[in-house]
Design a protein around this ligand. Structure first.
Ligand code: NAI
Ligand code: DG6
Length: 532
C-alpha cells in the first residue's frame, strides 16, 4: 500500500521492518520475550526465552451490534441514553451549568498510551488508545437486546433514576424510538424472588431447547435487520445464583447441549444466552458474577472457536482494591485484613439482598487480591506441599477478607463503599487506612460495557501465527483474558494464572495493542534519561 494511503487511513503509521500495511490488514512482527526459571538446590536458574510471532489485524471495523441481556436495567438504559446523547450531541443543564456528553471512564475513549518521544524536543508523545488500532466508535454501535421487563427504553431510563432530568427529557424521544426489549428467558429460581414483579416480558414455556432456538433466531434477525457484520451479546442482567456443576449435565459441551434438550433445571438463563451466542458464532461477554461459563460452555466455545469473556464488571470499590492491595504488597507492607462494606439502593442492590445472588457477588469481589498475595512469599507463607486438603496450611497465608453488601433503597444508584485496610508495618507496627467512596454506580459501569464491546470486536479481527513454525494465521484463543482490566473475576485459559493487578492488566493490553502495530511494549526504563 502506498504510504500516503496508509497515512490517510490511519492516525498512526509505524515505519519499520516489523510492520507492513495492506489494504485489508496491518501485519506486525513481535518477539515474545520471557524467561524459564527452574530451582535447583535452592538456586534459581534463569534462561531468557524469545519466540517470534506475527499478528495480522483486519483494518475494516465490523458494523457492530450490541445486544444487551437486561437492556432495560440501570446499566442498559444508561448506556443507551448516553450513546444517544453523544450521537446527537445533546447538551443539558445541571445545577452547576451546561454539561456536554462524553465518554469519560472509558479506557479506550478517554485514556492515552505513550508512543515514544519527539526527537526534536525529547518530550513524550501520547495518543488515545482508540487510535492504536482501528476500533468501532461507540456512537456507531447498533443497540438492541432483551429484558424480562417490557418497559420501553425511555420508561426504563426514567425508572433507573440515574441521569439528570434535563438529559432524560431531551433524549426521551430517541430512547422511545428504540422501543421495548425483546422478551427474555426467565427461570425464577436463578434470580431473587423480589424481581418477579418485573417479569412481564418473558418467552413462554419451559422447553429450554425451544428457548435456545428462540434466542438464536433473535440474534440472527437482529444481525439481518441492521445489516451487521458482528453482534456482541452482553449479559448485564440481574446477578444469578451459581449453577451447580453436575457431572453429565454441564461438565462437557455435549452434556450441556443434551441437558438443554432435556430442559435440565440447572441450566441458567445466562448459560443459555452464552450457548446461543456461541452457536451463532458471535462473542458473549458476562458482566455479572455468576458462573455462566460452566465447563461445558468453555468446551463449546473452544470447539467452535467462538469468543467469550467475563466475569463481572470491575467498576469502583473492587477496581480500587486491585490497585491498593497491590500497592501495599509491592511496598513490602503486609495487609492483615481487608474489610469491605457497601450499600446501594438500585435494583441490582435489591436483587443482591437475596443470599444466593449475594454469594455470587461475594465470590467475584473476594478473589481480587489472590495473585498479589501469592506473588510475595516474603510476606505471606505459601501453601505447604502435602498439607491436608482444605487446611489453612494447604491454602497458604492470606489476609482476612470480608465483603458486605446492604440494600438501602433511599440512596438509589449512588453507591457508598467503605474499605478498611489493616496492615503490619515495620517491626510490629500497625497501619489502618480507611477509604470511603461514593459514586453513581451505573455511570461507572456503563463505559466498561463499551470498552468490553469495542475490544471484543477488535479481538475477533486479530489473528496470529508462530513465525518460527511458518504456520497459517489463526484466531486468538476463545477466552478473551485481554479484557481482564474491566472485569472483577477474569476468565482465563484453563490452567493459566489469573492476573488481578490493574496495572499488569493494563500493561498486558497496551503491550498487545502495540505488538499488533509492531511496537515494543511500554518500558519505563527511559534509559536515555539515566545515562550520559
Ligand atoms: P438492574 O437490576 O438495573 O438491571 C438488570 C436488568 O436485567 C433488569 O432490567 C431486569 O429486568 C433484567 N433481567 C433479569 N433477568 C433477566 C433475564 N433472564 N433476561 C433478560 N433480562 C433480565 O442492574 P444493573 O445495575 O443494570 O446491573 C446489571 C448487572 O451488572 C448486575 O448483575 C450487576 O451485578 C452487574 N454489575 C453492575 C455494576 C454497576 O456498577 N452497576 C458493576 C458490576 C456488575
Ligand atoms: C454492590 O456492590 C453492587 C455491585 O453490583 C457493584 O456495584 C458492582 O459489582 C461494582 O462493584 P465494585 O466493587 O467494582 O465497585
Amino acid at each position: 500500500v502506498h504510504p500516503t494511503a496508509v497515512r490517510r487511513a490511519s492516525p498512526i503509521v509505524v515505519q519499520s521492518e516489523h510492520t507492513s500495511y495492506t489494504n485489508d490488514h496491518i501485519i506486525s512482527k513481535f518477539t515474545n520475550r520471557g524467561a524459564d526459571v527452574t530451582i535447583v538446590e535452592g538456586q534459581y536458574i534463569v534462561t531468557p526465552t524469545a519466540k517470534p510471532y506475527e499478528f495480522q489485524t483486519a483494518r475494516k471495523v465490523a458494523k457492530t451490534g450490541l445486544m444487551m441481556v437486561g437492556w432495560g436495567g440501570n446499566n442498559g438504559s444508561t448506556l443507551s441514553a448516553t450513546i444517544l446523547a453523544n450521537r446527537h450531541n445533546i447538551v443539558w443543564r445541571t445545577k452547576s451549568g451546561v454539561q456536554q456528553p462524553n465518554y469519560i471512564g472509558s479506557l479506550l475513549r478517554a485514556s492515552t498510551v505513550r508512543l515514544g518521544a519527539d526527537p526534536s524536543t525529547g518530550k513524550d508523545v501520547y495518543v488515545p488508545i482508540s487510535d492504536v488500532l482501528p476500533m468501532v466508535h461507540p456512537n456507531d454501535l447498533v443497540l438492541g437486546g432483551w429484558d424480562i421487563s417490557g418497559a420501553r427504553l425511555d420508561e426504563a431510563m426514567k425508572r433507573a433514576q440515574v441521569l439528570d432530568w434535563d438529559l432524560q427529557r431531551q433524549v426521551m424521544p430517541h430512547m422511545a424510538a428504540l422501543g421495548s426489549p425483546l422478551p427474555s428467558i426467565y427461570y425464577p429460581d436463578f434470580i431473587a424472588a423480589n424481581q418477579e414483579a418485573r417479569a412481564d416480558n418473558v418467552v413462554p414455556g419451559t422447553d429450554k431447547q425451544a428457548h435456545l432456538e428462540h434466542l438464536r433466531a433473535d440474534i440472527r434477525k437482529f444481525k439481518e435487520t441492521h445489516g451487521l457484520d458482528r453482534v456482541v451479546v452482553f449479559w448485564t442482567a440481574n446477578t444469578e445464583r451459581y449453577s451447580d456443576i453436575i457431572p453429565g449435565v454441564n461438565d462437557t459441551a455435549d452434556n450441556l447441549l443434551n441437558a438443554i434438550k432435556a430442559s435440565h433445571s440447572e441450566v441458567s438463563p445466562s448459560t443459555l444466552f452464552a450457548v446461543a451466542a456461541i452457536l451463532e458464532g458471535e462473542p458473549f461477554v458476562n458482566g455479572a458474577p455468576q458462573n455462566t461459563f460452566v465447563p461445558g460452555v468453555i468446551e463449546l466455545a473452544e470447539r467452535l472457536q467462538s469468543f467469550i469473556g467475563g466475569d463481572d464488571l470491575k467498576s469502583g470499590q473492587t477496581k480500587l482494591k486491585s490497585v491498593f492491595a497491590e500497592f501495599l504488597v509491592n511496598a513490602g507492607i503486609k495487609p492483615l485484613s481487608i474489610a469491605s462494606y457497601n450499600h446501594l439502593g438500585n435494583n441490582d442492590g435489591h436483587n443482591l439482598s437475596a443470599e444466593p445472588q449475594f454469594k455470587s457477588k461475594e465470590i467475584s469481589k473476594s478473589s481480587v487480591v489472590d495473585d498479589m498475595v501469592s506473588a510475595n512469599a516474603l510476606l505471606f507463607k505459601p501453601s505447604a506441599v502435602g498439607a491436608p486438603a482444605g487446611s489453612k496450611e494447604a491454602k497458604g497465608e492470606h489476609p482476612d477478607h470480608i465483603v458486605v453488601i446492604k440494600y438501602v433503597p433511599a440512596v438509589g444508584d449512588s453507591k457508598r463503599a467503605i474499605d478498611e485496610y489493616y496492615s503490619e508495618i515495620f517491626c510490629g507496627g500497625r497501619s489502618t487506612i480507611n477509604i470511603f467512596n461514593e459514586c453513581e454506580d451505573s455511570l461507572l459501569a456503563t463505559p466498561l460495557i463499551l470498552d468490553l464491546t469495542i475490544l471484543t470486536e477488535l479481538l475477533t479481527r486479530v489473528k496470529y501465527r508462530d513465525a518460527s513454525a511458518g504456520k497459517d494465521f489463526k484466531p486468538l484463543y476463545p477466552i478473551l483474558s485481554l479484557l481482564s482490566y474491566m472485569l472483577k473475576a477474569p476468565l482465563v485459559k484453563p490452567g493459566t494464572d489469573v492476573v488481578n493487578s490493574l496495572n499488569r492488566q493494563r500493561n498486558a493490553l497496551e503491550t498487545f495493542l502495540k505488538a499488533c502495530i509492531g511496537l515494543e511494549g511500554s518500558s519505563d526504563l527511559l534509559l536515555e534519561t539515566r545515562i550520559w
